[in-house]
Write a protein of this length. Sequence first.
Length: 393
Amino acid sequence: MQNVTLVLIFLLVPVLILYLCEQIKWVNKVGAILWAYGIGILLRVLNIIPETPIDPVVAMSDMTIPQWITELTIPLALPLLLFSLNFKKWLKQARQTLLSMVLAFVSVITMVVIGFFIFGPNLEEGWKISGLLTGVYTGGTPNMAAIKTALEVNQNTYILTHTYDMAISLVWFIFIITIGQRVLNLVLPKSKPSLDNNISTEEIDMSEMDSFRGMFKKNILPPLFIALGLSILIFGAGYGIMSLVPESAQTAVIILFITTAGIAASFIKKVNRIKKSFQLGMYLIIVFSMAVASMADIKNLVNISSSLFFYVVLAVWGSLILHILLSMIFKVDTDTVIITSTALAFSPPFVPVVAAALKNRDVIITGLTVGIIGYAVGNYLAMGLAYLLKGFM
């Protein structure tokens, strides 16, 4: 019964958040994702989310409720987000995307190496931490978790590093979904407007990105169920393929397959024209965000390790600043820089949220593509750099 209650909390609270965002302007300005994060953290602080595994007969694993939800929502949401997108538009941005991604990789590696020589001598597992930071900023939390296993990082070290990462990265996330675009437009080339230039900024923001109104209408709901069913089929096929590859590559493989299948389905006119599929995917992303936040161990912030804290600060903000400086030199536009950094540091599920803040849905596939590449190469970069730096300990 407790498990059912928790699942209902994670599914229904986001519905309430979205309703309030539609009805109250100041609630909407904060944003559904940040509300989801805040409520998720509150659930953890109030000890509403138990740390014991849920019934293994139900879950078929030893995962907790939040872990179980995050495992399901991401692969179900990605196809829904992709069905309504115009892939041809992304092809015109491919060169900028590749350039921005390479600049981001160079920035992360540079700052992690510099931080290692400054703070590494004061950290017991300094070289392993360099691997964690490289992994998380080239592929998000999934890569960080993979690096922890590969390098056999101490559990406390991992939790503390991850907690600092979430707290410090949140500052950047708030910046980019509020004033980031306006600030970076002062130093970077402005992004080209969407080809759909007959649609106003307000229409793109509300009607296409944020508005969930009308999802239960008779002409909307049946096709939406078809879209969800197709997403489930894609997830099932991806899960089957995932079981055929080594465990270390499973996350990258399933995300890659799901993204590819979602893009392929977007070329089918009947699928591409299903209304509100994007919004349904966004709802699942909000559920995911609340579940992720509920797993954050806020208590660890009390036992601050200054060397580790400032190492994470340098890795996050140092690499972002260097990325921006390099983008100024190579004339990469604002939206591409923002979406690239989002995809690499936060992983693909966060891309649509930032795209909504940018009022530019055309960069969604750009971000997802960068995120997938980050999943694919991040572990190699992280482990290679960690073992290289180990020789200097």
